[in-house]
Write a protein that binds this ligand. Sequence first.
Ligand SMILES: NC(=O)c1ccc[n+]([C@@H]2O[C@H](COP(=O)([O-])OP(=O)(O)OC[C@H]3O[C@@H](n4cnc5c(N)ncnc54)[C@H](O)[C@@H]3O)[C@@H](O)[C@H]2O)c1
Length: 270
Amino acid sequence: MTGDQLATTGGQPAGTALFDLSGHVAAVIGGTGVLGGALCHGLGSAGAAVAVMGRSPERASARVAALQAQGVQAAAALIDAGDLASLQAAHRQVEQALGPVDILVNAAGVNSATPFFEIDLAEWHTILETNLTAAFLACQVFGRAMVARGQGGTIINISSASSEIPLSKVLTYSVSKAGINILTRYLARELAPHRIRVNAIVPGFFPAEQNRKLLSDERIHAILGHTPARRLGEPDELVGTAIWLASERASGFVTGTLIPVDGGFAAMTI
Ligand SMILES: NC(=O)c1ccc[n+]([C@@H]2O[C@H](COP(=O)([O-])OP(=O)(O)OC[C@H]3O[C@@H](n4cnc5c(N)ncnc54)[C@H](O)[C@@H]3O)[C@@H](O)[C@H]2O)c1
């Protein structure tokens, strides 16, 4: 059997070639955070150039330096995720630095455990703007450029276990993530003729910045009691799913899906 035959199965590339992202450019909104950061390193390890997009210049520069140390071509672009002008400017900056973006990851997010009657409009708007409006705007800005270029692309939104049946204490967050699911499915349909696939990863529970205050010992106990794997997730455990969704060779017929990565949380009853 020749090397070429070994590398293909029924005309499809096999093994690592399925997941090779060399020549692709990924923009990770919220790449400064815990899960977004893991996704930057994961997509970079698969060969993509990576734009780290976030609010904090220090965190963005540190992430870019870490990626470059890993041998990944990387650049930072500062944004306020809910602000259209900042996304447009950052998009131009990223394309100048790394080339056209064909992988967009929406991983910015905030959360708050406020009792229902105490949620004020400012908090309601901040959470919806950061978690949902930001993804909507990024899909417009980056999606429009993907359509204009005509070479396809992929969008990966980060949803939540709270997006279908809401978790206790986090109403606004749950509403925003329900919106992410709808955005994902709606856009999958709308953008399919342009070979742009839109999917969401639905993480279970991973210790991070935005949920540090929420994950009390009591809540972790309740979560683990509802998680067949009986543990919280490690950020790196999202990477394989993201690379698979980012690679057209690996998941070219997959669009409009919501993929749980949650230790079985979504499948649990009693
Ligand atoms: N950690 C979990 O268990 C979990 C579970 C399900 C979904 N998620 C989602 O994963 C994504 C990443 O969250 P994380 O858990 O890594 O939290 P994180 O707090 O570590 O990261 C969130 C990132 O979003 C950035 N951000 C917030 N507001 C922003 C704004 N206005 N403009 C630009 N950037 C902004 C933060 O600076 C940070 O870098 C979020 O969408 C979150 O809702 C997380």
